[in-house]
Design a protein around this ligand. Structure first.
Ligand SMILES: [Zn+2]
Length: 299
């Protein structure tokens, strides 16, 4: 049986009683999702400082940029404390391409805020830094190839550092599992760090812990991560589909749906979703996927 997104999507009303239209959208009408994106609330992520979109501030949602789980009720109304200011400062360094200062600053921050989510984000910051070095490699460089090999070596070293930090995040999670004080966020970070390390066994372990914590959103997203890691594209679409129909809409589910559709040979559908999303949000993974699709079209 061919698995396609469900025929009808219905979206819930906003948590604060502010009415979002409950719309019924045909599965092929990806523009419908775009309209929904326009109704979501924009909130800076407390871990990476990027704008993230949410429909429900009363529960967990997932940052569209760093994929840290954010618990709405624990967010202060005006998150402009010392940590938020430091994160926003780090974010402007990244925007300027000054990754070296960004990692130096995050290193200071983590001394006071060493939660699993912070270690995970710190690791992912190194992944982004490494990717920036990779994109500095130019194949049309004439006579300056040594500059390329410098970038290549640096990218490799940064990626090794990223892995160490992701393992550190896993250890912080493990400590709270051992002390039986883990919350859903911690179990979810275990899933995400294992995903980035490409370790399905770690993902399953984190998922098993999450299962006892009754957070549908995090469990469904974790299941999607397992399917992504196992390259089970049909199941990625099924999980994304569920997330997009629950009352905890996650923008990232649209990205993963696009990714799975592309892997299934439906590049045009994938592009439609990504283009629609890009009106409201930009993430490195979206940009990467657009480039991958465009590169394939050249051949
Ligand atoms: Zn974030």
């Amino acid at each position: 049986m061919a698995i396609t997104p469900r025929n009808v999507y219905s979206f819930p009303t906003k948590a604060e009683g502010q009415k979002t239209d409950v719309k019924k959208i045909g599965a092929k009408d990806y523009n419908g999702f775009v309209k929904i994106l326009g109704t979501l609330e924009r909130i800076p992520c407390p871990y990476c400082g990027n704008d993230t979109l949410t429909m429900n501030k009363n529960d967990y949602w997932i940052c569209s940029h760093c994929e840290c789980p954010i618990y709405g009720p624990s967010l202060p109304e005006n998150a402009q404390g010392g940590e938020a200011a430091a994160i926003s400062n780090i974010n402007s360094m990244i925007e300027r391409g000054d990754y070296q200062s960004a990692v130096t600053e995050y290193d200071k921050l983590i001394k006071d805020h060493g939660t699993a989510a912070h270690w995970y984000r710190y690791g992912m910051l190194y992944v982004e830094y490494s990717n920036a070095e990779v994109s500095a490699i130019k194949y049309d460089r004439k006579g300056f190839m040594e500059e390329n090999s410098e970038h290549r070596e640096k990218a490799g070293a940064l990626l090794s550092k990223a892995k160490l930090l992701l393992y550190k995040a896993l250890r912080v999670c493990q400590n709270s599992f051992d002390q039986e004080v883990a919350d859903p966020q911690t179990a979810f970070i275990y899933v995400m760090a294992s995903t980035k390390l490409g370790d399905p066994r770690g993902i399953k372990k984190g998922l098993a812990i999450l299962m006892n914590m009754k957070s549908d959103m995090l469990i469904e997203y974790g299941g999607m991560m397992l399917s992504v890691t196992l390259a089970d594209h049909n199941n990625v679409i099924l999980h994304a589909d569920k997330i997009l129909t629950q009352d905890l809409f996650s923008v990232n589910a649209l990205y993963y749906m696009a990714w799975a559709l592309f892997k299934k040979g439906k590049a045009n559908d994938a592009m439609k979703i990504l283009k629609g999303m890009s009106i409201f949000i930009h993430t490195p993974s979206m940009d990467g996927l657009v480039k991958e699709i465009e590169a394939q079209r050249l051949f």
